[in-house]
Design a protein around this ligand. Structure first.
Ligand SMILES: [Zn+2]
Length: 329
């Protein structure tokens, strides 16, 4: 790791309390003290907070997440993510992303995750992970995805700005795995250059208000030949581009940054950062009803042809979602 204040890479762990949380002993409370500037980065519940001087934007987003947990009306209501509720919904967290058919998944806060699950699994299979990769997940949230990578044997770091990272204990204890959890700003990642084989993001980067800076940080921490895997980011195409103004309006009302970028902006910022993008398209759940009513889409060859077609994203009514794997040169 790198100190966001002084750029030094040496740290001294000041342990308050150590505990075994599944994959061996770790510091649960205490701090990581920079050997360069002396700044102490607090560790709480095993999560190290590397935000030395969080920007106003990051603070606003953290507050908005707390509010959104309780007020996700469009998702059928939510709950505060705290120790009590994590225990209460333990089985539901463990069932992420596909779910266990419970209310939380059919009408509640996990509905979005459940809807995306089939596409998520297809996308991850395409990455053909060997289990030896070093993976950073940005916007790891409750860590269900990073836990899946750790279960494949990958060496993982989960980062986010919100407090949901504490859910990670549920997965580590259940599966006997370990991964690091770091509170970090995606525009100033506290990691050394060329550290990761894969940077994974699921519906995260559209929250960035400075996509160019975010991409440049991602490219910096990727090893040469490493890949950025971007899953299910919103974009707008040629038809109905005006609908982008309605995108994420519910979330925006409570202060969450919701941006919808064009495909050329997505690909352009990756290329500028020195990454070569390759597009993937999932038949997003919004369009699965067409799959059901039109038999032709059930034909695997037709589906593959459709998905591989470069014009496909431009034809779909918006907003649509894009999946990209970009390789650092
Ligand atoms: Zn420092």
């Amino acid at each position: 790791m790198v100190c966001p204040r002084c750029g030094q890479t040496g740290f001294k762990a000041a342990a308050g309390r150590e505990e075994d949380c599944g994959g061996g002993p770790e510091i649960r409370t205490g701090s990581l003290d920079c050997l360069g500037c002396g700044h102490g980065y607090p560790v709480r519940d095993g999560v190290v907070d590397m935000l030395a001087a969080p920007s106003a934007e990051v603070i606003a987003q953290q507050k908005a997440t707390l509010f959104a947990d309780l007020n996700s009306e469009h998702e059928g209501g939510g709950f505060a993510v705290n120790a009590e509720n994590i225990e209460r919904y333990r089985q539901q967290f463990l069932a992420m992303p596909a779910g266990d058919g419970s209310e939380l998944y059919t009408h509640g806060a996990f509905r979005n995750v459940a809807n995306l699950a089939p596409d998520y699994f297809t996308f991850v299979e395409r990455l053909e992970l060997t289990g030896g990769e070093k993976i950073l997940e940005i916007g790891a949230d409750s860590c269900w995805s990073v836990a899946g990578f750790a279960r494949r044997g990958c060496d993982c770091v989960a980062s986010d700005i919100n407090h949901h990272l504490i859910v990670s204990d549920v997965f580590m204890r259940e599966h006997g795995i370990y991964f690091e959890r770091v509170v970090a700003d995606m525009n100033q990642l506290p990691f050394r250059g060329a550290s990761f084989d894969v940077v994974f993001c699921s519906q995260v980067l559209h929250h960035s208000t400075d996509l160019r800076q975010t991409m440049s940080e991602i490219a910096r921490v990727l090893k040469p030949g490493g890949r950025l895997a971007l899953f299910s980011e919103p974009m707008y195409g040629l038809l109905f581009f005006w609908r982008r103004r309605f995108f994420g309006s519910e979330a925006r009302k409570i202060g969450i940054n919701e941006r919808i970028y064009s495909l050329s902006k997505w690909l352009g910022t990756m290329k500028s950062a020195g990454m070569q993008p390759e597009l993937y398209f999932s038949l997003h759940y919004r369009y699965r009803r067409f799959e059901k009513s039109l038999g032709i889409f059930r034909n695997r060859r037709v589906k593959r042809l459709f998905i591989r077609s470069r014009i496909y994203p431009w034809l779909i009514l918006e907003p649509y979602r894009v999946d990209v794997v970009a390789r650092k040169e």
